[in-house]
Design a binder for this molecule. Structure first.
Ligand SMILES: NC(=O)c1ccc[n+]([C@@H]2O[C@H](COP(=O)([O-])OP(=O)(O)OC[C@H]3O[C@@H](n4cnc5c(N)ncnc54)[C@H](O)[C@@H]3O)[C@@H](O)[C@H]2O)c1
Length: 263
């Protein structure tokens, strides 16, 4: 039976390119987006199926997974990729509504997507979840702090989920590109080029997505930089506690102990 994939934010940019790549690898692809015309066009082009899914609405993600299961017989891969730029800080242009909206798309959307996909992936005996974070989730981005915060949260989520689902055969990883040639950078593209910032081609991001799938790891955040092979970012362990009692964290839960004793 052909493998089945669900792509959020699949109407354009990275999502559409990955949807095309998956279809070329014989995946059946459920393309979802709030852009119905764009998403339907991509689905038609690749012989996939389109459903409208606003990732901020938990039921939309549940319905998308149900559609994948009914159309394709199951789900093997969820590419949780929908996202928006922020472009405001905590002073001018800030409003709680605008803040909640970008957090809902960039962070809640991934949480709801993972929640919706897990039962179907478990039913298949394993699979892959890849969330599109950003290089902004791995480094400080003073020019876009809220984007940096929600992308760092996606990285933290993926790192935490990786070990939890390893025994179920579900790998959970994050794709962390630098600036790439898609619509999301349209308003800053000229400034980036003027500042000498090299831009990734979308094909570079697709190659990194391929490398994640070809790997064995889980809980990893793969950076994608111009001119470099993509790799999982090597996080430095946090120094462990010094308790004066053999430096053991006072917990009976070994996984909690491990997390706080590394390094
Ligand atoms: N292009 C870059 O420079 C870059 C760099 C790092 C990370 N990213 C991330 O890559 C992902 C894909 O972005 P892209 O660069 O392809 O840009 P894009 O604007 O081409 O694609 C984003 C897609 O998400 C969809 N979307 C927006 N809100 C949605 C919602 N509520 N529900 C469902 N879909 C929604 C849009 O309609 C669009 O099709 C995003 O998560 C983005 O943050 C992009």
């Amino acid at each position: 039976m052909a493998k089945a994939a669900w792509v959020t934010g699949g109407a354009g940019g990275i999502g559409a390119a990955v949807a095309r790549r998956l279809a070329a690898q014989d995946y059946r692809v459920l393309v979802t987006d709030v852009d119905e015309d764009g998403g339907a066009a991509v689905a038609e082009e690749i012989g996939g199926v389109f459903r409208r899914c606003d990732v901020t609405v938990p039921d939309d993600s549940l319905s998308a997974v149900s559609a994948a299961v009914s159309e394709f017989g199951g789900l093997d891969l969820a590419f949780l990729n929908a996202g928006v730029a922020t472009r405001f800080g905590l002073e001018e242009g800030f409003s709680p509504e605008a803040y909640r909206k970008v957090m809902a798309i960039n962070l809640d959307g991934v949480v709801y997507g993972v929640h919706a996909a897990l039962p179907a992936l478990k039913a298949r005996g394993g699979g892959n979840i890849v969330a599109t974070a950003s290089l902004a989730g791995l480094t400080a981005v003073p020019f876009d702090p809220i984007y940096g915060a929600n992308k760092a949260a996606v990285v933290g989520l993926v790192r935490a989920l990786g070990p939890v689902y390893a025994e179920s055969g579900i790998r959970v990883n994050a794709l962390c590109p630098s600036f790439a040639e898609t619509a999301i950078i349209s308003t800053v593209r000229d400034a980036l080029i003027g500042a000498g910032v090299p831009l990734l081609e979308v094909s570079d991001v697709v190659a990194a997505f391929d490398a994640i799938l070809a790997g064995q790891g889980t809980g990893e955040a793969w950076f994608v930089q111009v001119g470099r092979a993509p790799e999982p970012f090597a996080f430095r362990n946090v120094p462990g506690p010094r308790t004066g009692a053999g430096d053991k964290a006072p917990s009976a839960d070994t996984s909690v102990q491990a997390a706080f004793q590394e390094g």
